[in-house]
Design a protein around this ligand. Sequence first.
Ligand SMILES: O=C[C@H](O)COP(=O)(O)O
Length: 271
Amino acid sequence: MTTSTNGKFDRKPLIAGNWKMNMDHVQGITLLQKLAWTLADAEHDFSRVEVAVFPPFTDLRGVQTLTMGDDLPVHYGAQDLSAQDSGAYTGEISGQFLSRLGCSYVLVGHSERRALHHESDALLATKVAAAFRHSITPVLCVGEGLEIRQAGTHVEYTLEQLRGSLEGITAEQAATLVVAYEPVWAIGTGEVAGPEDAQELCAAIRTELAQLFGDETAAKVRILYGGSVKAANAASILAQRDVDGVLVGGASLDAAEFANIVRFEHHLVTD
Ligand SMILES: O=C[C@H](O)COP(=O)(O)O
């Protein structure tokens, strides 16, 4: 294991909060301020553990103003983007606009987008490309539903999503990618995949990335786990070798709880 980042991890851990369709622009600012104060009070070292939030589109300008004005070391991103850059696409949001708003990241293919908006792997590959066109890091979400898990085909299913959604990207682009493994049956249900389940899939994803783009590239990709992550279970999940962070939904709406997830290292047993 290399120790180029923080000693414990090969890659810098990323703790990401997806607010989903919660928090209007006023509530969003309050939440981010509380989070920043809580982490500042705890003297959180952002150079060791990165923090990012994914507010609704309508919050992004306020989040940008706050992070710039107060010089907050928190990154932020959008929950989706258009595959197109501009034109007659009513209701769509271009990566170009997100880039101008200072977004570092964008979620692509969250399971709720795949399910509710029928987003296919082919479409998602064009969204991944759009994110890279505008210098935004895509957080590509993959993961199986309950039926697939019960049938025991979850690894192959998830890897097929991965391959399809990354069609056409280069190894250079892949090296900067973030992948989030989110088993749909564990999202918002209180069911958490065990740390070993998270490791199994995150390791399988890394092996597949190595086959697609080479070992060196795969070693650079951060792979997150998502699904009912809370302060109480974050440390054991993040202790897994191939888990480089978490994508948190519900628990990211509570500043104190999310800050405790960010500070997971304080709950790790050191070896
Ligand atoms: O994007 C986050 C995931 O959907 C997990 O959501 P959750 O933590 O509420 O289960």
